[in-house]
Design a protein around this ligand. Sequence first.
Ligand code: PBG
Length: 331
Amino acid sequence: MIFSQYPTTRMRRNRSDEFSRRLTRETTLTRSDLVYPVFLIDSENGAEDIRSMPGIKRHGLNSLIEIAKACVHKNIPAIALFPRINEEDKHLDARSAYDDNALIPRALRLLKKEVPELGVIVDVALDPYTPHGQDGLLSASGKILNDETVSILCKQALSYAYAGADVIAPSDMMDGRIGAIRKDLESHGFYDTKILSYAAKYASNFYAPFRDAVGSVQMGKNIDKRTYQMDPSNLQEALHEAALDIAEGADMIMVKPAMLYCDVIRVLKDTLAKPTFAYQVSGEFAMIKSACNSNGLNERDWILESLLCIKRARADAIFTYFALDAAEWLS
Ligand code: PBG
């Protein structure tokens, strides 16, 4: 880099015209960067509002198909599914997580029949299926059991693969689950089923509206996931986590949350050179929404800047509840 002195160098020269701003732009955000997370309820028709996430709904199956078609129409490459499971289907052994007739496998079969061109990513974790809302099975003394949980996660992943899932996304943070799931997928002939590992998932306060949306924890109540999700203080550990998941067979890795964790995205991408996704989580969504709603701010500009900056940090794709709006603005 050559640094010369003012006025030889005027940094404002390139900024002074729209054409030169466009030509010197380093990062672009496109519709191909977006994944839309969709909440589901176990019903044919209808959709219900989510109090903690204004404008976002939980969709019944018919409404899901409409949303999926809208995503294709707006050129969004993929959606990610998150179920709200009925209380009577939650068990301490999380057996509904691998029931082939549960909500997610039914939604997958329907999506693959009705909207086959849309990529479908499914979350693998036990929190929607346990009464306590933890991502794993509990021992009698209340500890999360790693290896017992991994064997359930493998059954869950296989059940989803049979139902047509394109991408399996373990978000549970148990040790060894990527390798175990990969081995099971291979031995059942699912060679092209992709694994997106939530490699650097932090124990964040910013998941609270999501937990309300899937009904795993009531709003305002805290749940401690610090024995498996990462400490927000740690960056080196994220590298170690991601390197392990890649060695175990992950095709893509995820950093979550996104906006407050852009340094993590950057380091993982620059160091490991793997497709690296970021999840702009429910709390990040709610923060922007409420700032804009209560102060009459320009939502479009706020949202597009938030997504652009996640890309500048080197995310290859972004899970965002703003995907439908952003795709409209970017078309
Ligand atoms: C569950 C899961 C969570 C999110 C995605 N999958 C919450 C959690 O770990 O408690 C959060 C997504 C969001 O906040 O938007 N394994």
